[in-house]
Design a protein around this ligand. Structure first.
Ligand SMILES: [Mn+2]
Length: 253
């Protein structure tokens, strides 16, 4: 990597994306989606000073002490190029990929977060939350979330054969998506309410995903950004000189 020139530093950018849901569709669809993501990662690489994945990179991720799922090696390698080059990659778990083990931190050198967190970037207070669990009326999910994240349950699940475990999980991931899409849980309202609360506490920028609907909204003295997704929108946020914007990846930088 070239040394950063002092005058080039101002163009250095922090990027955010979420909800790629790798592994969601057919082999063909997923191949194309991963191609788009890789082109994006390759395109932003030179100007990236840090990269944030705001959840649901995978439609389902589960790892064992000695085994990780196949099919995603190109993305994993591309992300490792960032960390190898000294560009920090933060990965905040979403509701589809919170069963991460130590692979991302230990092998890929990423900074893994399992809970929403605040971080200071370019003198801005930035708050990151995947966006799940904020819906007012979704009591079912609020009750099940601690069960799914329970260490003992994860340990038990690990003893299923991976071919069986992954099949079960894919089925339930699909069922929960169909179930959720039929109901109105006030998800968006819950997210905006949480964003407003954070901004009133002094946060400048709130970034979420999960909704699969790109959105930028100014709330009080801050801004709320929903990152959209990489299933149909190919959207990402760029923070440059303290200003955040939501962009669509059009195939070049
Ligand atoms: Mn999600």
């Amino acid at each position: 990597m070239n040394a950063v020139q002092p005058n080039a530093y101002s163009t250095m950018t922090t990027y955010f994306f979420s909800d790629v849901h790798l592994g969601l569709g057919t082999k063909e669809t997923e191949r194309h989606k991963e191609d788009r993501l890789l082109a994006f990662l390759h395109g932003i690489f030179p100007t990236t000073d840090a990269l944030f994945i705001v959840g649901d990179l995978f439609d389902f991720w589960f790892e064992y002490k000695t085994v990780i799922p196949k099919g995603f090696h190109r993305t994993l390698t591309a992300l490792q190029e960032f960390t190898d080059a000294g560009k920090p990659v933060h990965y905040l778990a979403g509701n589809h990929d919170f069963w991460m083990g130590d692979f991302f931190a230990q092998d890929l050198g990423m900074r893994v977060h399992f809970d929403p967190f605040e971080i200071s970037i370019q003198d801005k207070r930035v708050y990151l939350h995947h966006g799940d669990g904020l819906a007012e009326n979704d009591l079912g999910y609020r009750l099940i979330k601690p069960v799914l994240r329970n260490r003992f349950n994860i340990w038990l699940y690990r003893w299923l054969h991976p071919d069986l475990g992954v099949r079960l999980a894919r089925g339930s991931s699909r069922t929960s998506r169909e179930y959720t899409s039929q109901k109105h849980y006030g998800e968006e309202e819950g997210m905006i309410r949480e964003a407003t609360k954070k901004i009133r506490e002094g946060v400048d920028i709130v970034i979420m995903g999960h909704r699969h609907k790109p959105n930028v909204q100014h709330l009080d003295h801050g801004v709320y950004v929903n990152l959209g997704d990489w299933i149909s929108h190919n959207t990402y946020a760029a923070l440059r000189n303290g200003t955040i914007e939501l962009n669509t990846w059009e195939g070049s930088n």
